[in-house]
Design a protein around this ligand. Structure first.
Ligand code: GLY
Length: 383
């Protein structure tokens, strides 16, 4: 697999969904082109930008300037940073502000931020006046390779993550890879887990390329655009075939059944970022696959080794405070997984591996087997 040495022109990845088809524009310094792109797509449109405090500090001015330059009227709504904004209260705040800003059916909501802002603003757009269009301007690696693409929007219920939401596709995604330079190393690594996920679940060659090139992605050379574009192409292809997750889209949940439970067990706090939970979850899924004889132990170790090398947590004991505060026990983790959307008629759905680069949906995993597996992991990690 060859990679251009210099930053190239922006890369366009198309998400082919009939009359809801849209482009993802990926490149260094593409944010200034946002206004021109929106105006070409929707001449005469008005916009409201939804963002959070930290992103506003870095990128709101540049975003507003780009819209102003294209003659697009805009206002902005700033929410608190963090998962807490993906709540009934956060939705109320954004929806009321959009109504106050007189955003109408033909106007556009611009989601400028990471996964929280994208999910929240997208859901507010989905229900405002029974649906207005929105544009995703993802500012975290995680959002650029996963949450801004594919139209999943929503908020959390106190009873679980993403339990309320809608499929609402954006009309455009503009992913400026230079914006990622302001992320903390930990946030960047967290997003990297989702990049690695695409290799593990469906592209052995990409996984091997990541093993050799992951440091370059962090440094911000052209490898970064290549990794993001490859991830988006993989997701776009799956979403185009299965928009509503009736089948293969579930493969994108690799690492998420365990990961969501671990996030819930740590109170969706800074103890475990989403991508970190996915990293630990992906390793657990690989180890469970090995236990079931679907892959060899060496394959599971290979996945773990790469994620650890990229600086991600890969074991339960890597989770902050695990030794002091512990984690939920196996019963509690099972309860948290049962709350997740990945449960059907009492059986757990797991994404397991038949090879590194080939995931499968296992829709009937016996809860008792998973309980024993988790109990052993929790006990082993405490020693
Ligand atoms: N993040 C998984 C999906 O979009 O389906």
């Amino acid at each position: 697999m060859t990679v251009p040495l210099k930053h190239s022109d922006p890369i366009t990845v198309n998400v082919a969904l009939g009359d809801r088809t849209y482009d993802i524009i990926i490149g260094r310094d593409v944010l200034p082109s946002l206004g021109a792109r929106i105006s070409a797509l929707r001449p005469g449109v008005r916009t409201a930008i939804v963002t959070d405090r930290t992103v506003a500090k870095h990128w709101l001015k540049a975003t507003e300037a780009s819209l102003a330059e294209a003659g697009i009227a805009t206002s902005h709504i700033v929410v608190e940073e963090g998962e807490g904004s993906k709540s009934y209260a956060g939705l109320e705040k954004v929806s009321e502000a959009l109504i106050a800003a007189k955003i109408e059916r033909n106007d556009l909501v611009v989601a400028l931020g990471g996964g929280v802002v994208g999910d929240l603003a997208g859901f507010a757009a989905a229900i405002l006046r029974r649906g207005v269009d929105f544009v995703q301007v993802p500012t975290s690696l995680l959002a650029q390779v996963d949450s801004s693409v594919g139209g999943k929007t929503g908020i959390n219920s106190p009873k679980g993550k993403n339990l309320l939401g809608a499929f609402h596709q954006p009309v455009l995604v503009v992913a400026d890879t230079a914006v990622l330079d302001t992320l903390s190393p930990r946030q960047f690594r967290s997003g990297y887990a989702e990049v690695a996920k695409y290799g593990v679940l469906g592209d052995a060659a990409f996984f091997a390329w990541l093993e050799a090139n992951h440091a370059e992605i962090v440094r911000g050379g052209s490898a970064r655009e290549h990794a993001i574009a490859t991830s988006c192409r993989a997701k776009a292809a799956i979403v185009a075939r299965d928009e509503r997750e009736n089948g293969e889209r579930a493969l994108l949940n690799l690492g998420h059944t365990f990961g969501h439970a671990l996030e819930a067990a740590t109170g969706f706090s800074d103890r475990l970022f989403h991508g970190e939970g996915v990293s630990v979850g992906m390793v657990l899924a690989a180890q469970l696959s090995a236990q079931l004889g679907m892959i060899g132990d060496a394959d599971a170790t290979r996945v773990q080794h790469h994620l650890a090398e990229a600086g991600l947590p890969t074991r339960l004991q890597d989770i902050a405070g695990f030794t002091q505060e512990g984690l939920a026990d196996a019963d509690a983790l099972m309860g948290l997984m049962a709350q997740d959307k990945k449960v059907k008629r009492g059986k757990l759905t797991f994404i397991l591996l038949e090879a590194v680069g080939q995931a499968v949906i296992a829709g009937d995993v016996e809860p008792a087997l998973v309980h024993d597996f988790l109990a052993r992991k929790l006990a082993a990690n405490k020693m």
